[in-house]
Design a protein around this ligand. Structure first.
Ligand code: NDP
Length: 447
């Protein structure tokens, strides 16, 4: 068998893998990237990007109903799912091409096929064997659906991007990012939505007020939320499916989407041929330098189960490749103050500590909050509310957390994340002049 040598062989051409390959090639390393599916990974193909396009599509329905209060008269609007789905797919294919171009231009070699580790330095891909000084596993994750009777009738988030047609009613199981995002998307596209969640508050891990206020807003928009409820079984019921729920109820829907988390994508990777260790849910264990228990093998991104966010995987790729191939001093990844957005409707943006986390870690916590009706809703009608919240360490006056629920929350919090990252105090926020009239100005006028 021919063997080709590389300094770095990256397995997985998603957000983290592609960034690592391009950066390493930029440092002059001989780099290869193995990918068996479309380039760009989850984010580009069945995650962030197509999801956001669907969010835009769904927001039109709210805008159309708001428009009447602003004097627009129009006939009832029709929505055509195949147009949205196929336009989205065309855009994703365009992005796949851009990823390929970026990789080629960087000088990295793209190897098509499923990669299997043979040992600490050798990888088999499509009947060929490659040798690499360093191997980087960046294979991401895949949707997880728990075992239960009728599991075969459940869909996952990947499936939702390619549905042949939209059912009239969709039931969504879970209470995390994907469950609330897809609830808003499909509700906006005119589908009846039942959200089934096993606990009593959405978005565990976020500031509790965000989950509570979001649930109220989702219900206001007509989403039925079944808290403290689990699906016991799903069975076909004519053209639809019927779920038996804990507590004895039943629920019928054309599709059941399980948004019950994701697991590391390591099957068939040949980890057993190496010393690489896995932990919870099969996630690859690494040290602070992304190194696995096999010194030549590294892992970044969702496959490590650490923080499953695209920009985190990209930053990990940059830190790792700089440390491996750059000539500066080694740096460490900073996991504090990672901002994130949930593209629910309304959206959530958040950075830093929740009120609950702050109270656990700091003796004196001050909380500033404002809940208000956004100006746009005054003429638009409907029951939209926005929530803005600052969590402050009373002893140092430092802003520990900045949270928002409302239109453009992701865009707004990205800016405030810089201030929180820099260690801004409440006094710094107070000294900042607001931009009027905006929702974001509330952050600098909270008293
Ligand atoms: P999350 O971890 O956000 O949520 C999973 C949900 O499923 C939780 O509510 C969890 O409940 C519930 N759940 C887990 N197991 C079961 C079970 N056996 N039965 C019933 N319910 C169950 O995962 P998602 O799938 O929503 O998303 C995966 C990850 O992808 C996210 O964590 C996030 O990091 C990333 N992502 C980021 C986005 C963004 O940045 N906007 C968008 C989408 C995804 P419980 O709370 O009780 O554990």
């Amino acid at each position: 068998m021919n063997t080709t040598d590389f300094d770095l062989l990256v397995i997985g051409a998603g957000s983290g893998g592609v960034r690592a390959a391009r950066m390493a090639a930029g440092y002059g390393a001989r780099v290869a990237v193995a990918e068996s599916q479309a380039l760009g990974g989850t984010c580009v193909n069945v995650g962030c990007v197509p999801k956001k396009l669907f969010v835009y599509a769904a927001e039109f329905s709210h805008a159309l109903s708001d428009a009447r209060g602003y004097g627009w008269e129009m006939p009832a609007a029709d929505f055509d799912w195949p147009t949205l789905r196929d336009n989205k797919t065309k855009e994703i294919e365009r992005l796949n091409g851009i990823y390929q171009k970026l990789l080629e231009e960087s000088g990295a070699t793209l190897l098509r096929g499923k990669a299997r580790l043979l040992d600490a330095h050798r990888v088999a891909i499509a009947d060929r064997e490659y040798h690499a000084r360093h191997i980087l596993i960046a294979t991401g994750g895949r949707p997880f659906i728990p075992e239960f009777p009728g599991r075969e009738h459940a869909l996952n988030s990947d499936d939702m991007f390619y549905l042949e047609q939209l059912p009239e009613r969709i039931a969504i199981v879970g209470g995390g990012y994907i469950a609330v995002e897809f609830s808003g998307i499909f509700k906006g596209l005119g589908i009846e939505i039942d959200l089934i969640y096993r606990r009593d508050r959405l978005l565990r891990g976020f500031d509790t007020e965000l989950g509570e206020t979001l649930a109220a807003q989702m219900q206001e928009r007509g989403i039925r939320i079944h808290f403290n409820t689990e699906v016991e079984r799903i069975e076909p019921a004519g053209a639809e499916f019927r779920a038996s729920l804990s507590g004895g109820g039943q629920l019928t829907a054309g599709a059941f989407l399980y948004a019950t988390g994701r697991k590391a994508n390591t099957s068939g990777l040949g980890l057993e041929n190496t010393r690489v260790q896995t932990g919870d849910g099969g996630a690859i264990r690494t040290d602070g330098s992304f190194c696995t228990a096999e010194p030549s093998i590294y892992a970044i991104g969702d496959v490590t189960g650490r923080v499953e966010l695209t920009p985190v995987a990209i930053r990990e790729a940059m830190v790792l490749t700089r440390n491996l191939f750059g000539d500066g001093e080694a740096t460490a990844m900073d996991y504090d103050n990672i901002p994130s957005a949930v593209f629910s409707q309304p959206a959530i943006g958040t950075v830093g500590l929740s009120e609950q986390q702050a109270r656990e870690r700091f003796a004196n916590v001050r909380v500033y909050r404002s809940e208000f009706r956004p100006l746009k809703a005054t003429l638009g009608g409907g029951g939209d509310r926005a929530l803005i919240k600052l969590v402050v360490d009373a002893d140092s006056d430092r802003v520990l957390g900045c949270h928002m629920l409302g239109d453009h929350a992701g865009e707004i919090i990205q800016g405030f994340a810089v201030a929180v990252q820099m260690g801004a105090t409440k006094a710094d926020f107070d000294r900042t002049i607001g931009i009027h009239p905006t929702a974001a100005e509330e952050f600098v006028t909270l008293r």
